[in-house]
Design a protein around this ligand. Structure first.
Ligand SMILES: [Zn+2]
Length: 102
C-alpha cells in the first residue's frame, strides 16, 4: 500500500443514511480503489435491515478523513460530496470504475 502524507489528497467512500447523517469510510489513494471499496461495502450492507441511502466516492485529504472519523452522526453540509471522475483525465485502469449493475 502506498504511504500517504497527512495532507495528501485521497479518496473515501461516503455513506449517506436515511436519517440524514453520513460517514466517510475506506480511505484510499486512488479513485479506483475507493470504487472497489464502495462495491464491497454496498454488497455487505444489502443484507442488513438497515441500509445506507446512498454511496459516493469523495475527494478528501487524509487529515480531513481522520478528523471526520471521530465525528458521530455528522450532518454538516460542508463535507465532501460525490466525486465524479472525468474519464478522459484518468488512467486507463479506471475502466474498472464501471458499475456492475447488481
Ligand atoms: Zn461529515
Amino acid at each position: 500500500m502506498t504511504q500517504l502524507h497527512p495532507w495528501q489528497a485521497g479518496y473515501a467512500v461516503r455513506r449517506d443514511w436515511p436519517d440524514g447523517t453520513h460517514e466517510l469510510v475506506g480511505f484510499q489513494a486512488a479513485p479506483v480503489e475507493a470504487a472497489r471499496f464502495l462495491q464491497r461495502d454496498r454488497w455487505y450492507w444489502r443484507r442488513g435491515p438497515l441500509r445506507p441511502r446512498a454511496w459516493d466516492v469523495v475527494l478528501v485529504s487524509r487529515r480531513d478523513f481522520e478528523l471526520h472519523a471521530v465525528r458521530h452522526d455528522c450532518r454538516s453540509p460542508d463535507c465532501p460530496r460525490s466525486f465524479t471522475p472525468e474519464p478522459d483525465r484518468l488512467p486507463r485502469s479506471t475502466g474498472e470504475f464501471v458499475e456492475s449493475g447488481e
